[in-house]
Design a protein around this ligand. Structure first.
Ligand code: FEO
Length: 383
Protein backbone atom coordinates (compact mmCIF):
# COMPACT_ATOMS: atom_id res chain seq x y z
CA UNK A 1 0.00 0.00 0.00
CA UNK A 2 1.42 3.40 -0.99
CA UNK A 3 -1.31 5.46 0.70
CA UNK A 4 -4.86 4.62 1.80
CA UNK A 5 -6.12 4.92 -1.76
CA UNK A 6 -3.02 4.06 -3.76
CA UNK A 7 -1.97 0.43 -4.13
CA UNK A 8 1.18 -1.08 -5.57
CA UNK A 9 0.44 -3.79 -8.15
CA UNK A 10 3.87 -4.19 -9.79
CA UNK A 11 6.05 -7.28 -10.13
CA UNK A 12 9.64 -8.40 -9.51
CA UNK A 13 11.62 -9.92 -12.37
CA UNK A 14 14.23 -12.28 -10.96
CA UNK A 15 14.87 -14.13 -14.23
CA UNK A 16 16.11 -11.23 -16.31
CA UNK A 17 19.85 -11.18 -17.07
CA UNK A 18 20.17 -8.04 -19.19
CA UNK A 19 17.77 -5.14 -18.73
CA UNK A 20 17.01 -3.46 -22.06
CA UNK A 21 19.26 -6.08 -23.62
CA UNK A 22 22.44 -4.57 -22.20
CA UNK A 23 22.51 -3.79 -18.46
CA UNK A 24 23.47 -6.62 -16.10
CA UNK A 25 20.93 -6.78 -13.26
CA UNK A 26 22.15 -9.40 -10.79
CA UNK A 27 19.50 -8.25 -8.30
CA UNK A 28 16.72 -8.41 -10.90
CA UNK A 29 14.35 -5.62 -11.81
CA UNK A 30 10.99 -4.36 -10.66
CA UNK A 31 8.28 -3.17 -13.05
CA UNK A 32 6.05 -0.92 -10.99
CA UNK A 33 2.37 -0.32 -11.53
CA UNK A 34 -0.14 1.40 -9.26
CA UNK A 35 -3.89 1.73 -8.77
CA UNK A 36 -5.72 4.77 -7.39
CA UNK A 37 -9.03 3.82 -5.78
CA UNK A 38 -11.55 6.67 -5.75
CA UNK A 39 -15.01 7.28 -7.23
CA UNK A 40 -13.22 6.37 -10.42
CA UNK A 41 -10.39 3.85 -10.50
CA UNK A 42 -7.20 4.62 -12.40
CA UNK A 43 -4.52 2.04 -13.15
CA UNK A 44 -1.12 3.59 -13.73
CA UNK A 45 0.97 1.70 -16.30
CA UNK A 46 1.27 -2.02 -16.93
CA UNK A 47 4.35 -4.24 -16.59
CA UNK A 48 6.67 -6.39 -18.72
CA UNK A 49 4.97 -8.92 -21.00
CA UNK A 50 6.30 -11.96 -19.12
CA UNK A 51 4.27 -10.95 -16.06
CA UNK A 52 0.82 -10.50 -17.60
CA UNK A 53 -1.00 -13.03 -15.43
CA UNK A 54 0.67 -11.96 -12.20
CA UNK A 55 -0.05 -8.31 -12.90
CA UNK A 56 -3.68 -8.86 -13.88
CA UNK A 57 -4.14 -10.91 -10.69
CA UNK A 58 -2.56 -8.11 -8.60
CA UNK A 59 -4.91 -5.65 -10.25
CA UNK A 60 -7.97 -7.78 -9.72
CA UNK A 61 -7.13 -8.14 -6.05
CA UNK A 62 -6.56 -4.40 -5.61
CA UNK A 63 -9.85 -3.35 -7.19
CA UNK A 64 -11.71 -5.98 -5.17
CA UNK A 65 -14.68 -6.60 -7.43
CA UNK A 66 -14.81 -3.12 -8.97
CA UNK A 67 -13.76 -2.32 -12.53
CA UNK A 68 -11.00 0.12 -13.49
CA UNK A 69 -12.20 3.23 -15.32
CA UNK A 70 -8.85 4.38 -16.69
CA UNK A 71 -5.45 3.06 -17.67
CA UNK A 72 -2.92 5.90 -17.54
CA UNK A 73 0.11 5.20 -19.74
CA UNK A 74 3.07 7.35 -18.69
CA UNK A 75 5.64 5.63 -20.89
CA UNK A 76 5.47 3.31 -23.88
CA UNK A 77 8.68 1.33 -23.48
CA UNK A 78 7.63 -2.35 -23.46
CA UNK A 79 8.76 -2.97 -19.87
CA UNK A 80 5.71 -0.88 -18.93
CA UNK A 81 3.37 -1.01 -21.90
CA UNK A 82 3.37 -4.69 -22.87
CA UNK A 83 0.01 -5.45 -21.26
CA UNK A 84 -2.04 -2.51 -22.50
CA UNK A 85 -3.93 -4.67 -24.99
CA UNK A 86 -4.56 -7.45 -22.44
CA UNK A 87 -5.90 -4.83 -20.04
CA UNK A 88 -8.11 -3.27 -22.72
CA UNK A 89 -9.53 -6.68 -23.61
CA UNK A 90 -10.20 -7.63 -20.02
CA UNK A 91 -11.80 -4.27 -19.18
CA UNK A 92 -13.59 -3.20 -22.39
CA UNK A 93 -15.22 -0.19 -20.75
CA UNK A 94 -11.98 1.31 -19.45
CA UNK A 95 -10.53 4.37 -21.18
CA UNK A 96 -6.84 4.69 -22.05
CA UNK A 97 -5.24 7.99 -20.98
CA UNK A 98 -1.93 9.08 -22.46
CA UNK A 99 -0.04 11.61 -24.59
CA UNK A 100 -0.62 12.02 -28.33
CA UNK A 101 2.86 10.66 -29.05
CA UNK A 102 2.16 7.59 -26.92
CA UNK A 103 -1.02 6.82 -28.90
CA UNK A 104 1.03 6.98 -32.13
CA UNK A 105 3.40 4.47 -30.59
CA UNK A 106 0.48 2.23 -29.59
CA UNK A 107 -0.59 2.14 -33.23
CA UNK A 108 2.92 0.97 -34.17
CA UNK A 109 3.29 -1.52 -31.33
CA UNK A 110 -0.25 -2.91 -31.22
CA UNK A 111 -1.98 -1.90 -34.47
CA UNK A 112 -4.51 0.25 -32.60
CA UNK A 113 -4.48 3.71 -31.05
CA UNK A 114 -7.72 3.14 -29.13
CA UNK A 115 -9.39 6.02 -30.98
CA UNK A 116 -12.86 5.03 -29.68
CA UNK A 117 -11.87 4.84 -26.01
CA UNK A 118 -9.13 7.24 -25.16
CA UNK A 119 -8.28 10.58 -23.58
CA UNK A 120 -5.28 12.41 -25.03
CA UNK A 121 -3.59 14.54 -22.38
CA UNK A 122 -0.96 17.27 -22.54
CA UNK A 123 0.91 19.55 -20.13
CA UNK A 124 -1.35 20.79 -17.33
CA UNK A 125 -4.38 18.60 -18.11
CA UNK A 126 -6.09 17.05 -15.10
CA UNK A 127 -7.85 13.70 -14.80
CA UNK A 128 -10.49 13.85 -12.09
CA UNK A 129 -11.03 10.63 -10.18
CA UNK A 130 -13.08 12.06 -7.31
CA UNK A 131 -10.99 13.38 -4.45
CA UNK A 132 -7.87 12.48 -6.38
CA UNK A 133 -6.93 14.63 -9.34
CA UNK A 134 -4.02 13.67 -11.55
CA UNK A 135 -2.22 16.59 -13.17
CA UNK A 136 -0.01 15.72 -16.14
CA UNK A 137 3.40 17.14 -16.96
CA UNK A 138 5.18 16.34 -20.20
CA UNK A 139 8.63 14.79 -19.75
CA UNK A 140 10.03 14.33 -23.26
CA UNK A 141 13.20 12.18 -23.41
CA UNK A 142 12.94 11.13 -19.79
CA UNK A 143 13.30 8.55 -21.23
CA UNK A 144 11.39 8.51 -24.55
CA UNK A 145 9.66 11.43 -26.31
CA UNK A 146 6.10 10.46 -25.37
CA UNK A 147 6.69 10.35 -21.59
CA UNK A 148 4.36 12.12 -19.19
CA UNK A 149 4.48 12.16 -15.40
CA UNK A 150 1.54 12.88 -13.13
CA UNK A 151 0.95 14.43 -9.72
CA UNK A 152 -1.86 13.48 -7.37
CA UNK A 153 -2.62 16.59 -5.34
CA UNK A 154 -4.65 14.76 -2.68
CA UNK A 155 -1.93 12.38 -1.50
CA UNK A 156 0.91 14.56 -2.86
CA UNK A 157 2.35 11.75 -4.94
CA UNK A 158 4.48 12.18 -8.04
CA UNK A 159 4.22 9.30 -10.52
CA UNK A 160 7.61 9.91 -12.10
CA UNK A 161 7.82 7.27 -14.89
CA UNK A 162 11.46 6.17 -15.36
CA UNK A 163 12.80 9.12 -13.35
CA UNK A 164 13.98 8.13 -9.84
CA UNK A 165 14.05 4.48 -10.92
CA UNK A 166 16.81 2.01 -10.19
CA UNK A 167 18.03 -1.45 -11.07
CA UNK A 168 17.14 -4.26 -8.67
CA UNK A 169 13.95 -6.10 -7.71
CA UNK A 170 12.06 -4.84 -4.67
CA UNK A 171 12.82 -8.03 -2.75
CA UNK A 172 16.59 -7.64 -3.15
CA UNK A 173 18.79 -7.09 -0.09
CA UNK A 174 20.54 -4.14 -1.68
CA UNK A 175 19.74 -1.08 0.38
CA UNK A 176 22.04 1.57 -1.10
CA UNK A 177 19.57 3.37 -3.37
CA UNK A 178 22.10 5.69 -4.98
CA UNK A 179 24.47 2.99 -6.22
CA UNK A 180 22.05 1.25 -8.57
CA UNK A 181 19.97 4.39 -9.19
CA UNK A 182 23.10 6.16 -10.46
CA UNK A 183 24.11 3.29 -12.74
CA UNK A 184 20.52 3.21 -14.03
CA UNK A 185 20.37 7.00 -14.48
CA UNK A 186 23.58 7.38 -16.48
CA UNK A 187 22.88 4.25 -18.49
CA UNK A 188 19.30 5.10 -19.39
CA UNK A 189 18.97 8.89 -19.47
CA UNK A 190 22.55 10.16 -19.02
CA UNK A 191 22.40 11.71 -22.49
CA UNK A 192 19.30 13.73 -21.60
CA UNK A 193 20.46 15.80 -18.62
CA UNK A 194 18.95 18.98 -20.07
CA UNK A 195 15.53 17.35 -20.36
CA UNK A 196 15.75 15.79 -16.89
CA UNK A 197 16.63 19.19 -15.42
CA UNK A 198 13.70 20.77 -17.18
CA UNK A 199 11.35 18.17 -15.72
CA UNK A 200 12.77 18.76 -12.21
CA UNK A 201 12.09 22.48 -12.63
CA UNK A 202 8.53 21.85 -13.80
CA UNK A 203 7.59 19.51 -10.95
CA UNK A 204 9.19 21.76 -8.32
CA UNK A 205 5.84 23.63 -8.11
CA UNK A 206 4.23 20.52 -6.59
CA UNK A 207 4.38 19.66 -2.89
CA UNK A 208 5.76 16.17 -3.54
CA UNK A 209 5.74 13.93 -0.45
CA UNK A 210 6.04 10.57 -2.21
CA UNK A 211 7.68 9.54 -5.48
CA UNK A 212 6.30 6.49 -7.29
CA UNK A 213 8.73 5.55 -10.07
CA UNK A 214 8.31 2.77 -12.63
CA UNK A 215 11.33 0.87 -11.24
CA UNK A 216 12.68 0.51 -7.73
CA UNK A 217 11.23 1.49 -4.38
CA UNK A 218 8.54 4.04 -3.66
CA UNK A 219 10.38 6.99 -2.09
CA UNK A 220 8.71 8.56 0.93
CA UNK A 221 11.29 10.08 3.21
CA UNK A 222 14.09 12.54 2.81
CA UNK A 223 13.01 13.42 -0.73
CA UNK A 224 15.48 16.32 -0.80
CA UNK A 225 18.26 13.74 -0.98
CA UNK A 226 16.84 12.15 -4.14
CA UNK A 227 15.99 15.46 -5.78
CA UNK A 228 19.48 16.73 -4.87
CA UNK A 229 21.18 13.78 -6.56
CA UNK A 230 19.01 14.19 -9.64
CA UNK A 231 19.98 17.87 -9.85
CA UNK A 232 23.68 16.93 -9.60
CA UNK A 233 23.41 14.14 -12.17
CA UNK A 234 21.32 16.08 -14.68
CA UNK A 235 23.73 19.04 -14.39
CA UNK A 236 26.74 16.75 -14.99
CA UNK A 237 28.21 18.14 -11.78
CA UNK A 238 30.84 16.27 -9.78
CA UNK A 239 29.10 14.23 -7.09
CA UNK A 240 32.13 12.93 -5.15
CA UNK A 241 35.78 13.93 -5.00
CA UNK A 242 37.99 11.24 -6.47
CA UNK A 243 39.90 9.95 -9.48
CA UNK A 244 38.88 7.19 -11.86
CA UNK A 245 41.80 5.26 -13.37
CA UNK A 246 40.34 3.27 -16.27
CA UNK A 247 42.70 0.96 -18.13
CA UNK A 248 42.68 -1.29 -21.19
CA UNK A 249 45.71 -3.56 -21.14
CA UNK A 250 46.70 -6.48 -23.40
CA UNK A 251 49.63 -8.11 -21.55
CA UNK A 252 49.51 -6.46 -18.15
CA UNK A 253 52.06 -3.65 -18.56
CA UNK A 254 49.46 -0.90 -18.84
CA UNK A 255 47.55 -2.53 -15.99
CA UNK A 256 50.67 -2.44 -13.82
CA UNK A 257 51.20 1.23 -14.63
CA UNK A 258 47.54 2.01 -13.85
CA UNK A 259 47.85 0.18 -10.52
CA UNK A 260 50.99 2.15 -9.70
CA UNK A 261 49.17 5.39 -10.49
CA UNK A 262 46.27 4.35 -8.23
CA UNK A 263 48.72 3.60 -5.43
CA UNK A 264 50.50 6.95 -5.85
CA UNK A 265 47.17 8.82 -5.91
CA UNK A 266 46.23 7.23 -2.59
CA UNK A 267 49.68 8.00 -1.15
CA UNK A 268 49.18 11.61 -2.19
CA UNK A 269 45.94 11.80 -0.22
CA UNK A 270 43.37 11.37 -2.99
CA UNK A 271 40.06 10.73 -1.13
CA UNK A 272 38.89 8.00 -3.50
CA UNK A 273 40.53 6.11 -6.36
CA UNK A 274 38.38 3.93 -8.59
CA UNK A 275 40.61 1.54 -10.52
CA UNK A 276 38.76 0.02 -13.46
CA UNK A 277 39.65 -2.84 -15.80
CA UNK A 278 37.60 -1.95 -18.87
CA UNK A 279 37.85 -5.49 -20.26
CA UNK A 280 36.39 -7.13 -17.17
CA UNK A 281 34.40 -4.69 -15.08
CA UNK A 282 30.74 -3.97 -15.75
CA UNK A 283 30.70 -1.24 -18.41
CA UNK A 284 27.68 0.52 -16.89
CA UNK A 285 29.54 0.69 -13.53
CA UNK A 286 32.55 2.20 -15.30
CA UNK A 287 30.31 4.82 -16.95
CA UNK A 288 28.65 5.54 -13.60
CA UNK A 289 32.02 6.20 -11.95
CA UNK A 290 33.17 8.47 -14.78
CA UNK A 291 30.12 10.68 -14.13
CA UNK A 292 30.36 10.42 -10.34
CA UNK A 293 33.93 11.59 -9.81
CA UNK A 294 35.60 14.74 -11.02
CA UNK A 295 38.82 13.38 -12.54
CA UNK A 296 39.59 10.51 -14.85
CA UNK A 297 42.77 8.98 -16.26
CA UNK A 298 42.28 7.04 -19.50
CA UNK A 299 45.00 4.39 -19.89
CA UNK A 300 45.17 2.50 -23.17
CA UNK A 301 47.55 0.65 -25.39
CA UNK A 302 47.85 1.52 -29.05
CA UNK A 303 46.20 -1.24 -31.03
CA UNK A 304 45.81 -1.69 -34.80
CA UNK A 305 46.82 1.94 -35.24
CA UNK A 306 43.95 2.86 -32.90
CA UNK A 307 43.17 2.31 -29.20
CA UNK A 308 42.21 -0.93 -27.48
CA UNK A 309 38.55 -1.81 -28.28
CA UNK A 310 37.39 -1.72 -24.64
CA UNK A 311 38.69 1.83 -24.24
CA UNK A 312 37.06 2.86 -27.50
CA UNK A 313 33.75 1.44 -26.34
CA UNK A 314 34.11 3.19 -22.97
CA UNK A 315 34.86 6.61 -24.47
CA UNK A 316 31.94 6.19 -26.88
CA UNK A 317 29.65 5.49 -23.92
CA UNK A 318 30.88 8.71 -22.30
CA UNK A 319 30.63 10.98 -25.32
CA UNK A 320 27.18 9.76 -26.31
CA UNK A 321 26.05 10.65 -22.78
CA UNK A 322 27.32 14.24 -23.02
CA UNK A 323 30.41 13.71 -20.85
CA UNK A 324 31.56 17.14 -19.59
CA UNK A 325 32.85 19.23 -16.68
CA UNK A 326 35.70 16.84 -15.82
CA UNK A 327 39.50 16.77 -15.58
CA UNK A 328 41.03 14.23 -17.96
CA UNK A 329 44.55 12.78 -18.18
CA UNK A 330 45.95 10.18 -20.54
CA UNK A 331 48.30 7.24 -20.13
CA UNK A 332 49.36 5.61 -23.37
CA UNK A 333 51.42 2.55 -24.11
CA UNK A 334 52.89 1.55 -27.47
CA UNK A 335 55.79 -0.70 -28.32
CA UNK A 336 56.59 0.90 -31.66
CA UNK A 337 54.22 3.74 -32.58
CA UNK A 338 52.31 4.96 -29.50
CA UNK A 339 49.39 7.17 -30.45
CA UNK A 340 46.63 6.23 -28.00
CA UNK A 341 46.74 9.59 -26.18
CA UNK A 342 46.25 11.52 -29.40
CA UNK A 343 43.35 9.29 -30.46
CA UNK A 344 41.64 9.46 -27.06
CA UNK A 345 41.95 13.26 -27.01
CA UNK A 346 40.41 13.42 -30.48
CA UNK A 347 37.46 11.32 -29.34
CA UNK A 348 36.79 13.79 -26.51
CA UNK A 349 37.24 16.96 -28.56
CA UNK A 350 33.53 17.85 -28.64
CA UNK A 351 33.00 17.39 -24.91
CA UNK A 352 32.26 20.60 -23.04
CA UNK A 353 34.37 22.02 -20.24
CA UNK A 354 37.11 19.40 -20.08
CA UNK A 355 40.31 20.38 -18.28
CA UNK A 356 43.31 18.41 -19.50
CA UNK A 357 46.02 17.52 -17.01
CA UNK A 358 49.49 19.02 -17.52
CA UNK A 359 51.14 15.66 -16.88
CA UNK A 360 50.38 12.66 -19.06
CA UNK A 361 52.14 9.31 -19.11
CA UNK A 362 53.86 7.68 -22.05
CA UNK A 363 54.98 4.07 -21.72
CA UNK A 364 57.07 2.28 -24.29
CA UNK A 365 56.23 -1.40 -23.69
CA UNK A 366 56.94 -1.53 -19.95
CA UNK A 367 57.39 0.81 -17.01
CA UNK A 368 60.71 2.62 -16.98
CA UNK A 369 62.35 5.21 -14.78
CA UNK A 370 61.01 7.94 -16.99
CA UNK A 371 57.40 6.65 -17.09
CA UNK A 372 57.43 6.07 -13.32
CA UNK A 373 58.47 9.69 -12.87
CA UNK A 374 55.60 10.77 -15.12
CA UNK A 375 53.17 8.69 -13.05
CA UNK A 376 54.43 10.32 -9.86
CA UNK A 377 54.02 13.78 -11.38
CA UNK A 378 50.50 12.98 -12.57
CA UNK A 379 49.51 11.56 -9.17
CA UNK A 380 50.72 14.76 -7.50
CA UNK A 381 48.85 16.93 -9.93
CA UNK A 382 45.54 15.07 -9.63
CA UNK A 383 45.60 14.43 -5.88
FE1 FEO B 1 11.49 1.54 -17.77
FE2 FEO B 1 12.18 3.54 -20.37
O1 FEO B 1 11.43 2.08 -19.52
Amino acid sequence: MVTNDIRYIGVNDRKIDLFEGQYAVPEGMSYNSYVILDEKIAVLDTVDGDFKEEWLANLEKAVDGRKPDYLVVHHMEPDHSANIVSFAEKYPEAVIVSSAKAFNMMKNFFGTDFSDRRIVVKEGDVLELGEHKLEFTEAPMVHWPEVIVSYDSKDKVLFSADAFGKFGALDSDEDDWACEARRYYFGIVGKYGVQVKKLLEKVSKFDVQTICPLHGPVLKENLGYYFGLYITWSSYDVESEGVVVAYASAHGHTKKAAELLAEKLTENGCPKVSLIDLARDDMAECVEDAFRYGKIVLCSITYNGDIFPFMKDFINHLTERSFQNRTVAFMENGSWAPQAAKIMAKMLENCKNITYAQNNVKITSALSESSIAQIEALAKELA
